[in-house]
Design a binder for this molecule. Structure first.
Ligand SMILES: *Cc1c(COP(=O)(O)O)cnc(C)c1O
Length: 472
């Protein structure tokens, strides 16, 4: 299988292999990589996933995308290692909330949010690819609290990566900070910046813009548009579907959505042959995608903070991959559309595009008040404690589900990750799971730097391992 960029407008677009998309992340033209054709699983192949473990299903789902980058035994080894330490035997267990309404818990990884399901694999894929090339990367990112720890957990103890994660001092929660600063691996550097999250992001941008520095340390981002992350997320759609009767039965999913990476993976699963009736976009008050599906306009508004901060996003980057399909895989049209979106705040949408988008996705949005009400009522009536992101999803699932089709709401974070919102709804703070119970007692390594590019650059120079002489 080959991959093309959504913005490649040359008559013969460049086609690259999996490993190259993994290491590049974003295409040089600013586009996102997508497969040049979709693998299709016949019903028998899907049926044969029944009774298999999460890692075994992952190998079957991911193999066609990975091509020759890893041999089948290498892929099995990576996947077994990636999911070995998850906190639940089933990795992604299903719980029944009500008749034909299910919750898939995607919070049993090391940082208690669904991003672990992809990043634990992607970190190991980076290692495999880089060791083969006798190379190394320096991963640099900025976090407003939530995603930094998932990237750190994915990179810790990796032979071929050092990670520097910048966070704004005093502006993230104690749990969020401790999930980064208590990791004792020598290749992990959580760096507090005396500034805001935007300052941290500006520093990261400046480091990437410094070409000699970027080259000297082989900077990389491992960010949410990386194709490998999407592939690893396709897996749990198959796991859930097969457990509830696919391919002999149709299922639906509701997905708490921000950057559109998670729900897009569901779309890919459907293209590959999983019988999915509805894919429901669930959004909080930052509801650009829901407005698109319901009102037919994709218009930017300022981001407003909500109780589900990981969904406080207006530009859902991965939507570009759907737009590429809506525009007939025409890189020129996508480039023009995205430029218009950036400059005018509105994405050009034709009637035909909209009709197709509505065939592919349903949507529902829910404000903070409704989120708290959903946490409270699901706890009282069904005895299940939801985090605010998952609550937005369950609220949408209840409204959008149709009779006789199992609706699976994806739970994207553990309630203990967002204790303030949960306490507001139910009156108590959910305890951290046993393996994180001593987090508040663990020893922290605190590094604080002033808000300037030079300090961070000096720090990276002093602490990143040299690129030369990597031992395979
Ligand atoms: C990242 C995240 C989301 C949004 O996922 P996207 O792939 O960006 O749509 C939802 N919930 C939680 C808890 C997250 O961390």
């Amino acid at each position: 299988m080959y991959y093309v960029s959504t913005r490649d407008n040359r008559p013969w677009p460049e086609r690259i292999e999996f490993e190259e998309t993994l290491l590049r992340g974003l295409a040089p033209d600013g586009g996102l990589y997508v497969p040049d054709q979709w693998p299709h699983f016949p019903p028998d192949y899907i049926r044969a996933m029944r009774g298999k473990s999460y890692a075994e299903i992952a190998a079957r789902v991911m193999a066609p995308f990975i091509g020759t980058a890893l041999s089948p035994p290498q892929l099995d080894r990576v996947l077994a290692a990636a999911y070995r330490d998850f906190g639940h035997e089933a990795v992604a267990p299903l719980r029944e909330i009500a008749s034909d309404l299910w919750l898939m818990e995607l919070f049993h990884g090391p940082t208690l949010a669904f991003k672990d399901y992809a990043l634990q694999v992607v970190g190991r894929l980076f290692d495999e690819a880089l060791l083969k090339r006798k190379s190394r990367v320096t991963i640099i990112g900025a976090t407003s609290g939530d995603t930094g720890s998932a990237a750190i957990e994915a990179s810790r103890d990796r032979a071929a990566a050092d990670i520097f994660m910048l966070y704004p001092v005093g502006r993230i929660s104690d749990v969020q900070r401790r999930q980064m600063t208590t990791i004792a691996s020598p290749n992990v550097h959580a760096v507090g910046i005396e500034g805001s999250f935007d300052d941290c992001q500006d520093i990261v941008k400046a480091l990437f813009a410094d070409a000699p520095f970027r080259a000297a340390f082989n900077l990389s981002a491992m960010n949410s548009i990386n194709w490998a992350r999407i592939v690893a997320q396709v897996v749990y759609y198959f796991v859930a579907g097969v457990a509830l009767g696919a391919p002999d039965r149709t299922v639906s999913f509701t997905v708490p959505t921000g950057n559109f990476g998670n729900i897009y993976a569901g779309h890919v699963a459907r293209l590959m042959g999983l019988p999915i009736e509805q894919l429901v976009i669930a959004s909080n008050r930052n509801d650009i995608l829901t407005r698109y599906i319901t009102d037919g306009t994709m218009v930017l508004r300022p981001v407003e903070p909500s109780l589900s901060p990981s969904m406080d996003i207006q530009v859902s980057s991965n939507f570009e991959r759907v737009y590429f399909e809506l525009r007939g895989r025409d890189g020129r049209a996508v480039t023009e559309g995205m430029t218009r979106f950036r400059t005018t705040g509105a994405l050009p949408v034709s009637t035909a595009d909209l009709k197709e988008a509505r065939r592919l996705f349903a949507a529902y949005s829910c404000d903070d008040e409704a989120t708290l009400a959903e946490i409270a009522s699901t706890w009282r009536k069904d005895g299940i404690l939801l985090d605010p992101h998952s609550a937005v999803g369950v609220a949408a699932a209840r409204v959008r589900r149709s009779a006789g089709v199992p609706m699976i709401a994806l739970a994207t974070a553990h309630p203990a990750k967002f204790p303030d919102a949960v306490e507001k709804a139910v009156g108590f703070r959910p305890p951290l799971p046993a393996r994180l119970a001593d987090l508040m007692q663990r020893k922290e390594r605190i590094v604080k730097l002033p808000n300037d590019v030079k300090s961070v650059q000096d720090y990276v120079r002093a602490h990143a391992r040299p690129l030369k002489g990597v031992a395979a």
